[in-house]
Design a protein around this ligand. Structure first.
Ligand SMILES: C[S@@+](CC[C@H](N)C(=O)[O-])C[C@H]1O[C@@H](n2cnc3c(N)ncnc32)[C@H](O)[C@@H]1O
Length: 229
């Protein structure tokens, strides 16, 4: 099979698909809360209650709508929260308020690295379009604070080994061994507490002809070789 390198993948029509949902809000029927099972704003509020500064990193943030809504409340309530959103396309909504508590960055998560740790890292329906999904999951886990939370939508059918078979149950077990959790019902991978995650897979490349996954939108299959660790 002819696999795409990640820089080729980022030019693919599947990743630039204009029909994908880029307008998700913080709460409501098209909200982050519905997708991850908790309200990120409440999570941040609780963290700041102890008097310490708190930070949220949103990977594949798209228009940044949910982040802007959160930043506006945070500014109004005078909370010490920094919000950073990263997306490949930079199609961000305008944001006129205090730029100190919100940064929307146009960059590929293949190469982007943060200069701080985060209490909350989310990636809602972003991994479906990323080449090295397991690599990004491992990096995100390492960017958490000691008691931080990482949560991301992940369809295990889009993670395959070289012969094309989905890794399914095996990858779920390896994620657990690496200190992560996989919720099959919600299709969410999560990690509590920053850690170095070493998964026994080497990334080979991506296939943008995978077709729709559970979201109904065309997604990207990511291929791996097992390293036998
Ligand atoms: C379906 S949207 C999800 C956006 C948002 N999290 C939401 O739930 O509404 C997927 C986003 O992932 C972004 N994306 C895909 N590959 C990326 C990469 N390698 N680096 C950064 N962003 C990427 C796309 O540009 C797109 O905006």
């Amino acid at each position: 099979m002819n696999l795409l390198a990640d820089d080729e993948l980022e030019r693919s029509a599947v990743v630039a698909n204009c029909r994908m949902n880029r307008e998700r809000e913080l709460v409501g029927s098209n909200g982050y809360e519905k997708e991850v099972g908790f309200n990120p704003l409440e999570f941040l509020r609780q963290r700041t209650a102890s008097g310490r500064g708190t930070a949220w990193l949103d990977l594949c943030c798209s228009s940044g709508k949910a982040l802007i809504q959160t930043a506006e409340v945070i500014l109004a309530e005078g909370l010490q929260v920094a919000i950073v959103g990263v997306d490949l396309l930079g199609m961000f909504h305008r944001y006129d308020h205090d730029p100190m508590n919100l940064r929307l960055i146009e960059a590929s998560l293949r190469t982007w690295r943060p200069d701080r740790s985060f209490d909350l890292i989310a990636c809602v329906h972003g991994l479906h379009y990323v080449g090295d999904k397991l690599g990004l999951i491992a990096r995100a886990a390492s960017w958490l604070t000691g008691d931080g939370l990482f949560v991301a939508s992940l369809d295990l059918h889009n993670v395959k080994i070289a012969d094309g078979k989905p890794l399914g149950r095996r990858i779920a077990a390896d994620l657990r061994r690496g200190g992560l959790e996989y919720d099959r019902r919600r299709r969410l991978v999560s990690c509590r507490g920053g850690r170095a995650v070493d998964l026994p897979y080497r990334y080979l490349g991506a296939d943008d002809r995978a077709g729709p996954n559970y979201t109904g939108q065309p997604a990207v299959d990511s291929y791996y070789a097992m390293t036998g660790k």
